[in-house]
Design a protein around this ligand. Structure first.
Ligand SMILES: [Zn+2]
Ligand SMILES: [Zn+2]
Length: 435
């Protein structure tokens, strides 16, 4: 066989490149030990000073200062309002990869009782509200700051370029504003110069501290906001036949749309959730009102199913309204597509994930019906999105506060696993064995 020797040479090259990468990573133990207390300190500071979406001014300033201090080649600020992007060039040539952290907090009153608990307040929809890092984005920012420092101090081991993306408004920009991943992309974070060819994001969640949860393909749902306005004709509550009752029609609509997933969609392509979370109409018991407004959310895991569901929703709502003599309008506002893990990239990076967290701590998880605007990056380039467990394993699963809970907190010994994952991805992606 003529090609055998070539193949052997290639295999040897791949192996030696992988071995080199392994060596490089093992030389970083001291760097990880040194960065861990800093990451924890940054995390506590950011946790104590959370900021709402598109208002991450203090956080962005802290990040930008850090990226300048560690000598990145480029630090860009005010991207998509408060976003910060740092660029680090390795000593050797290679591909560009991106690492992403989101920075925003939520209008939640913190009840963790932590020494560094938030007392911050902000303005949301015109109201004065408490603010908390209830989704754990404080951890994401601190871990990425740590990864940037480790990589900046080890340029000699890095082939290629790393883009550190600190993104505002993952939870959604305030009404009437743009923002988030979509706007970061519109403002060019994935474009040249330094267009990344792959991206990694982490999200803390209440899994066992230090575990990395993945799922090949679709992992987190696509989310769409749903609004249905049902218009009838106002009349006296004693004589409904003199008007058109939008409450009766709305009740039928809220029920009928639940039949769409169970009777009309191919649910073998993934779960479908339709939730109506608010219904408003009427003012007192003896008046049939003119109009009812309903708000909800839709979750899907397949683009085809998502499109079909939107079409069937419009059709069903219109038909049920018409059967009642009412009219209805359906407004669907896309929040984010499906977030997942590029299967090939996941397979290639699996040894890195195992190195970062330990073999037994890299676990395949179930799909998650929550959504992430990280999916917009993945529409453009292959990416990985992993859950980092930050909960105390001694606490039963059912008792662990979920993301967005006023009690959500992270065990800080898990954060170094996140830093190792981010650093490992950047170092290994460039190596032949990982591409
Ligand atoms: Zn969240
Ligand atoms: Zn989040």
């Amino acid at each position: 066989m003529k090609n055998t020797s070539l193949l052997c040479a290639f295999a040897a090259f791949v192996l030696s490149a992988a071995a080199l990468a392994q060596d490089a990573k093992n030389q970083l133990d001291a760097a990880f030990a040194a960065i861990e207390p800093k990451v924890i300190e940054w995390r506590r500071d950011i946790h104590e000073h959370p900021e709402l979406s598109n208002r991450e001014f203090r956080t962005a300033a802290k990040v930008a200062q850090h990226l300048e201090d560690i000598g990145l080649d480029k630090v860009e600020t005010e991207i998509a309002h408060t976003g910060v992007v740092g660029t680090l060039r390795g000593a050797k040539p290679g591909p560009v990869v991106a690492l992403r952290a989101d920075m925003d907090g939520l209008p939640v009153l913190e009840r963790t009782g932590a020494a560094f608990a938030s007392k911050a307040r902000g303005e949301y929809l015109g109201q004065d509200v408490p603010v908390m890092h209830a989704c754990g984005h404080d951890n994401h920012v601190a871990m990425l700051m740590g990864a940037a420092e480790v990589l900046a101090n080890n340029r000699d081991k890095l082939a290629g370029t790393v883009k550190f993306i600190f993104q505002p408004a993952e939870e959604g920009p305030p009404a009437g504003e743009d923002g988030g991943a979509k706007m970061m992309i519109e403002e060019g974070v994935l474009d040249n110069p330094d267009a990344p060819e792959a991206i990694l994001g982490l999200h803390v969640w209440p899994g066992n501290a230090g575990t990395l949860i993945y799922r090949s393909g679709s992992f987190m749902a696509a989310a769409d906001g749903l609004q249905i306005n049902v218009v009838g004709r106002q009349t006296h509550g004693s004589s409904p036949w003199r008007g058109i009752d939008p409450i009766y029609a709305a009740a039928q609509i809220a029920t009928a749309i639940q039949g769409i997933p169970s009777r009309h969609l191919d649910i073998t392509k993934g779960p479908v959730v339709i939730t109506i979370g608010s219904i408003h109409g009427g003012i007192r018991g003896n008046i049939i009102p003119d109009e009812v407004e309903m708000h909800g959310t839709i979750r899907t895991f397949d683009t085809g199913v998502r499109e079909e569901l939107h079409a069937k929703l419009r059709k069903t709502v219109a038909a049920v309204a018409e059967a009642n003599g009412a009219t209805a309008t359906v407004t669907i506002e896309g929040y984010a597509p499906v977030t997942g893990n590029h299967p090939e990239l996941l397979a290639k990076m699996m040894p890195t994930l195992r190195w970062a967290a330990g073999d037994v701590n890299v676990i395949e998880g179930d799909v998650i019906t929550g959504a992430e605007d990280y999916s917009f990056y993945q529409e453009r380039i292959p990416g990985l999105f992993l859950m980092l467990g930050v909960a105390d394993p001694a606490v039963p699963l059912s008792e662990r506060p979920a993301n967005h809970s006023p009690l959500f907190n992270a065990r800080e010994d898990a954060l170094i696993v996140g830093v190792r994952t981010l650093v490992g991805f950047a170092l290994d992606y460039a190596q032949a064995g990982a591409r």
